[in-house]
Design a protein around this ligand. Structure first.
Ligand code: NAP
Length: 240
């Protein structure tokens, strides 16, 4: 029997976890919702770096690690490869394809927060859809800007920032209504890929609103890489 350790925290990972029997383990960092309706074991919280994960793999007699974490969760992806090498088990990964700009899109690609704020200088009403990072900068908002920050965690805003604590998926109708009501003149996004949060790009396209896109971090090579959940599940059916 191949005992799987699935690293998750994404909708795709949850789809895989739903197919796993009770001998397998689904691991979450503990930032979002923890599902309570899975057949497999759910564990929550960090392992204590790659060494802690390697110890876990050995102690739990894990035979395959699957990294289905978010494409911007670079630390856990690096740890998965280091730990599985140390424990001598294979590591697979779901590496979801990023979005591509379409005709009429105006994407400005940035690599870090400094480049991001420089790219935003000409705008007044950004919508941030990057997670919680902007919350650390609410005291530095330029006088000509009003920020809307959409993220999972409730957080206090201020005179120049509103926090929308909400989780996807987001519909096109919902995004259209939000863009119309708030008159955003730029959207700040990670290139997450997938359908759950893509509607903001279509709403931006319709309104001619530019997108400041944070580049994906580099991720390590793995033994097998999949773009689609269905392909990974198929390989798993053969392997398990
Ligand atoms: P990260 O920077 O790559 O990881 C930070 C630390 O969190 C890791 O070193 C690990 O702690 C722990 N960790 C992360 N994912 C874990 C998992 N699935 N199981 C157990 N421990 C985990 O990750 P992040 O960007 O903070 O993301 C945290 C979680 O949120 C991930 O599960 C990710 O899939 C999900 N998520 C992230 C984003 C994003 O934009 N970054 C978006 C949507 C969902 P130890 O070193 O102690 O093991």
């Amino acid at each position: 029997m191949t005992r799987v350790l699935l690293l998750g925290g994404t909708g795709d990972a949850l789809r895989i976890a739903r197919q796993l029997g009770r001998e397998h383990v689904y691991s979450l960092a503990g930032l979002g919702k923890v599902p309570d309706d899975l057949a497999c074991t759910v564990r929550v919280g960090g392992f204590g770096g790659s060494e802690g994960m390697a110890r876990y793999i050995e102690a739990q007699r894990i035979a395959l690690v699957i990294d289905a974490t978010h494409p911007y969760a670079a630390q856990i992806s690096a740890n998965a490869v280091t730990a599985s090498r140390a424990a001598r088990v294979p590591c697979w990964a779901l590496r979801r394809e990023g979005w591509q700009p379409q005709a009429g899109d105006d994407w400005r690609r940035v690599g870090d927060w400094a480049e991001l704020t420089a790219a935003l200088a000409a705008f007044e009403r950004p919508l941030f859809t990057l997670g919680r990072e902007p919350l650390a900068h609410l005291d530095d908002i330029p006088a000509h800007q009003f920020w809307t920050v959409r993220c999972l965690d409730p957080h206090e805003g201020n005179a120049r920032a509103r926090i929308l604590a909400t989780r996807g998926p987001f519909t096109l109708e919902g995004e259209r209504a939000l863009f119309a009501a708030e008159a955003f003149d730029v959207v700040v996004s990670k290139n997450s890929g997938g359908g759950a949060t893509e509607a903001k790009l279509e709403a931006a396209r319709e309104r001619g609103v530019p997108v400041v896109m944070l580049r994906r971090p580099p991720l390590p090579a793995v033994d097998r890489e999949f773009e689609r959940v269905a392909d990974l599940l198929e390989a798993l059916r053969i392997a398990v």
